[in-house]
Design a protein around this ligand. Structure first.
Ligand SMILES: C[S@@+](CC[C@H](N)C(=O)[O-])C[C@H]1O[C@@H](n2cnc3c(N)ncnc32)[C@H](O)[C@@H]1O
Length: 502
């Protein structure tokens, strides 16, 4: 049975915050205490090195790690020393711990989180590592890989109103707080909302917390930014797979993400942005872009979709059969594996894509832009500033024709360089690349024309003047050079390899 989320009591939570601050129970403080090896092992869900590093230590940080991260029973006197202002009674009253013999055990996970230059803390349900058993269906997730991906990719303009849909413990909302005047969080799970209320209080924040499914709690309302790490996991409805609230939105296939893409636009202000993570099924013989383009049809929204990973049905089944604490080779695991294979086979699914969907409501009645790309390599982190600049650049490109593009004096961005591959001793280059150091870390292959163009992109010559000079130098047809230049510019400008001189 899962415990109730901790109580959002302002006085007791304030004392807890004071204690956590005073003990240095921060990301840096805990990493220093554990050392890099144990800290890295914990990130891989391996407790042993952290247990050894903290076992004999009376450092308050070690006490808190044993209690709230490893899930070990801890002597009540040690807890009293680690939380002097809250005290054991306060920790019990909040529902953070419960007595077990002479010791105390944690009823939730509580860990430091460093976000936006501030030390923060996040409570969630105890994970498999601390529980030592598979998770319950109403489990409330802590900060996982997908949470971190979304937080890193979110563009962060200042907005009046922001929505975190499917907030869980509230991790995305913590980030929104710094650039939104008002933060609304929703979830179907009352337990998740309990954690969100507690975590908001612990962070000194005020969120408008609402219960309900998907966009129902915000019917008729609009936001400048909507973020969602929705329950996007494609889950067989056969009964063989547990329906974890944190990952299953209650629909078949990838319908949860499709429906969200189709309906979120109604909740965006003009110029408003929605960003969500998702999975999409790719039927045999089809292309993922067609699938996602079908979702976008008729929405009127700009869309920039970055596919980050592709799995075949077996890989997907293995990932999600293991999630939640089930082990390969067990009967439970095999039954789930088979259910996923059957489910995908029933819809003739060949592969499953995962990626980041960024949508924008255009401010004018222009045609929306669509950019669906595959980026399977490591990118800069955080990506949010790149996404915001990329939306601006794509919007500019959508609002300007090729003539306007040629009339700008473009400049190579500061993080861009040219890499030339040559056979030793040969003068002619085999391959010339324009490489981006930050952002999406793109590499564009340059032709003779575009290599000449970037060599003069210093913000002085307009692209039109550069194209005319290059055409003259190469003895090439002017119109053909301009066409090649504009095609290249559209690709390089959208991702910030070339920027406008202001
Ligand atoms: C993958 S978790 C994301 C949690 C958190 N936002 C994060 O980024 O880590 C998905 C969340 O969606 C919630 N959820 C599940 N079904 C939902 C529904 N139909 N409507 C709204 N939220 C739902 C779950 O309770 C869970 O908190």
């Amino acid at each position: 049975m899962t415990a109730n989320p901790p109580l959002a009591d302002a006085d007791l939570v304030g004392r807890l915050r004071d204690d956590l601050t005073a003990t240095g129970f921060t990301v840096g403080g805990v990493t220093d205490l554990l050392g890099p090896m144990a800290a890295a092992a914990l990130d891989r869900e391996q407790a042993l090195p952290a247990r050894r590093a903290t076992a004999d230590s009376t450092d308050p940080r070690a006490v808190l790690v044993r209690l709230f991260t490893l899930g070990d029973p801890v002597d009540a006197a040690e807890v009293a020393t680690a939380l002097p202002s809250l005290g054991v009674d306060g920790a019990v009253a909040l529902g953070l711990v419960a007595p077990e013999g002479d010791a105390l055990v944690a009823l939730c996970d509580l860990r430091p989180y460093a976000a936006d230059g501030r030390d923060r803390w996040v409570a969630s349900d105890l994970g498999e590592l601390a529980l030592g058993r598979p998770l319950e269906p109403d489990h409330v997730l802590g900060i996982g890989g997908a949470s971190a991906t979304l937080a890193a990719w979110t563009p962060r303009p200042h907005v009046e109103r922001a929505l975190d849909l499917g907030t869980g413990c509230g991790v995305q909302a913590l980030h929104l707080e710094d650039h939104a005047d008002e933060v609304v969080v929703t979830d179907l799970s009352e337990r998740a909302l309990g954690y969100a209320r507690f975590n908001a209080l612990l962070d000194g924040a005020e969120w408008d917390v609402r219960a309900g499914s998907m966009l129902a709690p915000v019917a008729g309302e609009r936001f400048g930014l909507v973020v969602s790490n929705p329950p996007f996991v494609i889950t067989p409805r056969s009964g063989a797979v547990p329906l974890f609230e944190y990952r299953d939105g209650g629909a078949s296939g990838d319908d949860v993400v499709r429906d969200l893409v189709r309906s979120v636009g109604e909740h965006l202000e003009p110029g408003g942005i929605a960003q969500l993570l998702g999975n999409w099924e790719v039927p045999r013989g089809a292309h993922w872009r067609s699938r996602v383009e079908e979702w976008l049809e008729g929405t009127g929204l700009d869309a920039w979709v970055v596919q980050r990973e592709v799995q075949d049905p077996a890989e997907y089944a293995e990932t999600w059969s293991r999630d939640g604490g089930h082990h390969p080779g067990t009967a439970d695991f095999n039954a789930m594996y088979a259910a996923w294979l059957d489910d995908f086979a029933a819809r003739d699914v060949e592969s499953i894509g995962f990626g980041v969907i960024t949508l924008q409501r255009p401010r004018t009645d222009r045609a929306p832009f669509r950019d669906l790309v595959e980026v399977g390599w490591p990118v800069a982190t955080p990506m949010g500033p790149t996404v915001l600049a990329g939306l601006d650049a794509r919007t500019w490109l959508a609002e300007h024709d090729d003539d306007a593009l040629l009339d700008v004096a473009w400049r190579c961005a500061a993080d861009v360089d040219v890499e030339t591959h040559r056979t030793p001793g040969e003068e002619d280059a085999l391959l010339v690349l324009l490489r981006q150091g930050g952002g999406l870390r793109r590499q564009l292959t340059l032709s003779t024309v575009t290599a000449a163009l970037v060599s003069v992109c210093d913000g002085e010559l307009t692209a039109r003047q550069a194209a005319a000079a290059i055409g003259g130098l190469l003895g090439a047809d002017d119109a053909a050079v301009r066409t090649e230049v504009t095609r290249f510019l559209r690709d390089a400008v959208k991702d910030g390899l070339l920027v406008e001189t202001r």
